[in-house]
Ligand binder design. Structure first.
Ligand code: ADP
Ligand code: AMP
Length: 215
């Protein structure tokens, strides 16, 4: 790799960020940093941060900025991030983007654009595995119902993937996160991808774009 590959994946909840991140990790061997995954790990471990965060997550609200910013600063300073990383779910508010720009300069924002009408079905049908695997009951089903293809563990539904919470999350996205597309547009680093297609068509486009970026 000639250049660093510091990327942020953008798009509303359910756009396919986590799904696409797995392909990028595999091809370019850079870590995926998902603030949602980091927060869910804290919730599972029952830490004070996890207990506090869960109250916000269950409502579909953003966890306070200073908490996620601190978490990201720590994670990005780890050795495995020196050549690049994929941010998934961060930044999600203007103050987070500003804090990030004080630490690193992103090389590209991969913006996955999906019709609003598809998102609720994608999210309510999502099934997760503790190993990081993401499936969908209709669009990306595991080979055996509710069993992870990758590790054989039981799949589960996220607490915040219920329809009523999903609607709040979409509203938070529109009001707080979507304006960041314009913010990064000023740096001329936003690249749109049509996320309404099949998973492998989207990944083929994104991987092709990133290969060129890598140089
Ligand atoms: P995000 O990380 O952006 O919230 P996910 O990657 O978890 O989104 O995808 C949300 C759900 O939609 C998952 O159940 C996933 O399997 C499914 N999914 C992802 N990409 C597509 C696609 N292109 N078409 C249909 N379903 C998809
Ligand atoms: P995600 O896994 O990205 O869908 O995030 C799940 C939930 O975690 C969100 O609805 C928020 O409550 C919280 N969260 C994740 N990332 C952030 C962030 N960057 N800022 C604030 N809250 C976040």
């Amino acid at each position: 790799m000639n250049r660093t590959m510091k990327i942020a994946l953008f798009g509303p909840p359910g756009a396919g960020k986590g799904t696409q991140a797995k392909y990028i990790v595999e091809k370019f061997n850079i870590p995926q940093i998902s603030t949602g995954d980091l927060l869910r790990a804290q919730v599972r471990e029952g830490t004070p941060l996890g207990k506090m965060a869960k109250e916000f997550m269950d409502k579909g609200a953003l966890v306070p900025n200073e908490v996620v910013i601190e978490m990201m600063k720590e994670r990005i300073s780890d050795g495995d991030c020196s050549k690049g990383f994929i941010l998934d779910g961060f930044p999600r508010a203007l103050s987070q983007a500003e804090a990030l720009s004080g630490i690193v300069k992103l090389d590209a924002v991969v913006n996955i654009v999906v019709d609003e009408s598809a998102l609720v079905r994608r999210i309510t049908g999502r099934r997760m595995c503790k190993c990081g695997g993401t499936f969908h009951v209709d669009f990306n089903p595991p080979k055996q119902t509710d069993i992870c293809d990758q590790c054989g563990a039981s799949l589960y539904q996220r607490d915040d993937d219920k329809e009523e919470t999903v609607l709040s999350r979409l509203e938070v996205y529109r009001s707080q996160t979507e304006p960041l597309v314009e913010y990064y547009g000023k740096e001329d680093i936003v690249h749109d991808f049509d996320g309404n297609r099949q998973i492998d068509q989207i990944s083929s486009d994104i991987l092709g774009f990133l290969s060129k970026l890598e140089g």
